[in-house]
Design a protein around this ligand. Structure first.
Ligand code: XMP
Length: 510
């Protein structure tokens, strides 16, 4: 039995950060919408109430019966969760006179397990305009800050421990927030910190064996982290009954098809490489609209996969590298979020295949997938490579795609990526790539006038790709890359560097 913490989501932007911080303490947790009924099984060790964009005093503010939850397991309310606790038990929550956003110093006013090992004047991060003005009867203040008298509190009457924190212990800027969370998880909820990559692997492989038995699994492979880690786990469970298919769609990076197939071979995975470049080039010819190109690449992949799948008999399962952020059921307090590009994660396979899904990574965050990959002994370069879009170089060649343009971009991309690695800059950049612009400009090489294409270099720093800043790469490095590309890639006579952040720009140019 894996112990579990439940995080009730009231719609805060930080809810996933709470989950990641809990997982980092080697405790398994799940996020669930605040209004979904809770199952109080023996594995449930405690509940955390998240923040929210709402004020508890708004008419339609989300509410749960905290007393009922705290009669079964320990509870920690964070920000809105703390304010809701104070309000529901009879305290007073109001707009604070001094708005405290950002950094504050936490001072302990009473000894308690929740704040044990936290230093005096510890920096904490505030992000709400409401504050607890009066605590309910039977509650005590544990910590305070200069402008907020009730920064941390505890229920003192009988029952399971019930705590509230006005600040966000899960964010990076709460420097000892992880200590506070660990105090709650380990010393208050009694979690034994059994959520480790090694445990995950042995539990998952056993569960996969049980689920799949001697049946066959088919899986689309991309050479990326998620599909490789998922396939390795499935392979450990069922060996060569896993049939992987890796398609060359003509817009992969330089030598990627060969390199990835070699890696699969070394890992002992049963993966068939399908060279479908021509199929894609024919369909893409003359197409310039980004969305149309994406659909052609996504749709072409399904066609090829379907054709290959039909060659393998008696398949019952479809393996997929789905990860937790793809499936978290969060509270949608403001309705569904607005979609900027509709195309992310294209590649849904046809329902007509009638296969049951096998998704061994459904419970993991990306950093956990990497840790499992490390534990499985998978190659470091693959585990820590930058994100690469499904439509590949197809959306980095602006305008129409030809085989010749793909070759130019592959060569430039390889120079840039290898350069970043050699200069030890690769790991400090979240994602980097080259873009081929459909613009020719005049240059001069030796005595000759040239009229050739332009390459844009892109490199960004980011946490999750939702927002990003352009990476401030050293001028000397950019100068070297520019020289190397122009001198070695015939057809390119100009290199520019993209200095746009997201928003308002996006990371990819199409
Ligand atoms: P944008 O361009 O929206 O990209 O700032 C954010 C992240 O998503 C990746 N991306 C894609 N990934 N299919 C994918 O699998 C796509 O169509 C796609 N478009 C963008 C992009 O590389 C970045 O990591």
């Amino acid at each position: 039995m894996t112990e579990k913490i439940l995080i009730l989501d009231f719609g805060s932007q930080y809810t996933q950060l709470i989950a990641r911080a809990v997982r980092e303490a080697s405790v398994y947790c799940e996020i669930t919408p605040f209004n979904k009924p809770i199952v109080f099984g023996p594995e449930l060790k405690g509940v955390i109430l998240s923040g929210s964009p709402f004020s508890v005093n708004e008419e339609n503010a989300p509410v749960v019966n905290i007393a009922a939850i705290a009669s079964r397991v320990p509870v920690l309310g964070v920000c809105y969760g703390a304010q809701l606790t104070a309000k529901l038990f009879g305290g007073k929550v109001e707009k604070s006179d001094k708005r405290e956003y950002g950094r504050a110093k936490l001072e302990k006013v009473k000894d308690n397990i929740l704040l044990q090992n936290v230093s005096p004047h510890s920096q904490v991060w505030m992000s709400h305009s409401d504050t607890v003005k009066e605590l309910p009867d039977g509650f005590d203040i544990l910590g305070t800050t200069e402008s907020i008298p009730v920064a941390a509190f505890v229920r003192t009457t009988e029952g399971f421990p019930l705590y509230g924190l006005q600040f966000h212990p899960e964010v990076y800027h709460s420097t000892e927030g992880k200590i506070i969370l660990k105090n709650f998880l380990v010393d208050i909820c009694g979690c034994s910190q059994d959520w480790t990559p090694a445990h995950f692997i042995s539990d998952t492989v056993a569960a996969l064996k049980e689920k799949i038995g001697d049946k066959r699994v088919i899986m689309a492979m991309s050479g990326g982290v998620d599909s490789t880690v998922a396939a390795t786990l499935i392979h450990k469970a069922i060996g060569t009954n896993l049939f992987g298919i890796f398609v060359d769609n003509g817009v992969l990076r330089k030598n990627e098809f060969e390199d990835v197939l070699k890696m699969y071979e070394q890992l002992g995975l049963n993966v068939k490489g399908v060279d479908a470049k021509e199929h894609f080039y024919t369909k893409l010819a003359g197409k310039t609209d980004p969305e149309e190109k994406r659909k052609i690449i996504g749709g072409g992949f399904i066609e090829i996969f379907d054709k290959e799948a039909k060659r393998i008999e008696n398949i019952d399962f479809l393996g997929q590298g789905t990860i937790y952020p793809d499936v978290i059921e969060s509270a949608s307090v403001h309705g569904p979020s607005v979609t900027i590009k509709s195309h992310h994660n294209v590649g849904g396979l046809p329902a007509t295949m009638k296969l049951s899904l096998v998704e061994p990574l459904r419970a993991l965050f990306k950093d956990e997938v990497r840790k499992v990959g490390v534990e499985l002994g998978l190659p470091h370069d693959m585990l820590f490579r930058h994100p690469f879009p499904g439509p590949g170089l197809g959306i980095r060649i602006l305008g129409d795609i030809t085989e010749e343009k793909v070759r130019l971009l592959q060569d430039a991309d390889a120079i840039y990526t290898n350069g970043l690695k050699k200069a030890n800059l690769y790991a400090s950049v979240w994602q980097a790539g080259t873009i081929l612009l459909p613009v020719k400009s005049v240059g001069v090489m030796g005595d000759e006038r040239t009229y050739e294409f332009t390459i844009a270099l892109r490199a960004v720093t980011s946490v999750d790709g939702m927002t990003a800043d352009w990476a401030h790469l050293p001028y000397e490095f950019l100068a070297d890359i520019s020289n190397e590309i122009i001198n070695n890639v015939k057809g390119i006579n100009r290199v520019v560097y993209d200095i746009s952040s997201k928003p308002p720009a996006t990371i990819e140019w199409e």
